[in-house]
Design a protein. Structure first.
Length: 310
C-alpha cells in the first residue's frame, strides 16, 4: 500500500476496471467535440468542490468528469478508447503482441490461430500472453504501469507563487508547481505512476490540486474580488485610501459622492495566469460605506441641518 500524509492523498486507477466515460459525461458515442466540451463544462461546474464543500461523492464525481474529458476530448485517446474499451491504454501493445503471435503461428504451421479475438475480452487476451503460447515462445510483451490518481492540498497563497514541493508516492518526487494553478485542476506527471511489467514503461501520475482559501479575497479564474470599507465622510467628500492587494498595498483616490456598492478595478493586481509569467488578472474592489456611530449632539445637529435643506 502506498504511503499517505496529511498533504497528499491518492488512489490507484486500475486498468482492469471499466469506466464508461460517455456515461459519466451523459453522452452517447456519437457525441461531437462540441457536445463533449459543453457537457464537461456543465458537469464540472455542477460538481466542482467549491460548490460542494465537504462532499466526498461530488469530489469523486468531479475527478471522474475530468478524467473522462481528458480522454474523449483527445481524438487519438478517444479512438483507442472506442476500440479497446477499458484496455484502451494498452491498444498499441495489444496490436503488436497480436501481430507477433500471428506471425509465430503462421511460421509454425498452426492453423488453429485466428487473427481476430472473436469477441474475446482484450484483458483476457493480454493475460493469456503471459502464460500461453506467447510466453512459451519467449515473446512476453511489455506493458506500461498503472496510472495513479493523487491529490495535493495547498493554500491560495501557495498557489499565488511558483514554488517547489516534495511529495511521496512510493518515493519522493520534487515538483515545481507553476503559479496560478486552480482548485480542481489536474496535471499529468509522466513516468511517476506504477511500475511497468516485463520492462515496460511506468504509468503516469495525475495530480489534482485542492486549494483552500483563508484570505479575504475571492478568486474567479485569474481575477480577485474583495470588499473595502470607507467612512461616510470619505464617501461624500472624496479622498485617498490605502487598500490591501494580494501581495501588498495600493493607494486609491476616492471620488466625491461615491455611492455604497461602487466597484473599482485595479488592473494587473489579480491572480497570476497559469504558466504565463508576468501576466495577472485584475482585482475588483467593492466599496462598503460605513455609517458613523456614537455621534455627538453637535454632529447630530449638523446632520439635521443637512436633512432640512432638502
Amino acid at each position: 500500500m502506498l504511503p499517505k500524509n496529511e498533504y497528499f492523498g491518492y488512489k490507484r486507477q486500475s486498468h482492469m476496471e471499466f469506466i464508461d466515460y460517455y456515461k459519466i459525461l451523459e453522452l452517447n458515442k456519437s457525441a461531437t467535440d462540441a457536445d463533449i466540451k459543453k457537457a464537461y463544462r456543465k458537469l464540472a461546474r455542477k460538481h466542482h468542490p467549491d460548490l460542494n464543500p465537504n462532499d466526498a461523492a461530488a469530489k469523486a464525481k468531479f475527478q471522474q468528469i475530468n478524467e473522462a474529458n481528458e480522454v474523449l476530448s483527445d481524438p487519438e485517446k478517444r479512438k483507442k478508447y472506442d476500440t479497446y474499451g477499458k484496455d484502451w491504454q494498452h491498444g498499441e501493445e495489444y496490436e503488436k503482441a497480436r501481430q507477433q503471435q500471428q506471425r509465430q503461428y503462421s511460421t509454425s504451421g498452426d492453423q488453429g490461430y485466428s487473427s481476430s479475438t472473436g469477441g474475446e475480452d482484450f484483458s483476457d487476451y493480454f493475460e493469456s500472453l503471459f502464460g500461453g503460447a506467447g510466453s512459451r515462445r519467449g515473446t512476453r510483451p511489455k506493458f506500461r504501469g498503472q496510472d495513479i490518481q493523487a491529490e495535493l492540498q495547498m493554500s491560495l497563497r501557495d498557489a499565488y507563487t511558483t514554488h517547489q514541493q516534495t511529495i511521496k508516492v512510493d518515493k519522493n518526487i520534487r515538483l515545481t508547481i507553476a503559479a496560478g494553478v486552480e482548485n480542481g485542476q489536474t496535471i499529468k506527471i509522466p513516468g511517476h505512476g506504477g511500475p511497468g511489467a516485463n520492462g515496460g514503461p511506468n504509468g503516469d501520475l495525475y495530480l489534482t490540486f485542492n486549494i483552500t482559501n483563508d484570505t479575504k479575497f475571492k478568486r474567479d479564474g485569474n481575477d480577485l474580488f474583495a470588499t473595502v470599507e470607507i467612512d461616510l465622510y470619505t464617501a461624500l467628500l472624496g479622498g485617498e485610501l490605502m487598500v490591501d492587494t494580494f501581495d501588498g498595498k495600493a493607494k486609491l483616490t476616492v471620488k466625491e459622492e461615491t455611492q455604497n456598492g461602487t466597484k473599482v478595478k485595479l488592473k494587473g493586481k489579480g491572480f497570476p495566469v497559469y504558466k504565463k509569467e508576468g501576466e495577472f488578472g485584475d482585482l475588483y474592489l467593492t466599496y462598503q460605506v460605513k455609517l458613523p456611530t456614537n455621534l455627538t449632539e453637535e454632529e447630530k445637529e449638523l446632520f439635521r441641518k443637512l436633512a432640512n435643506r432638502k
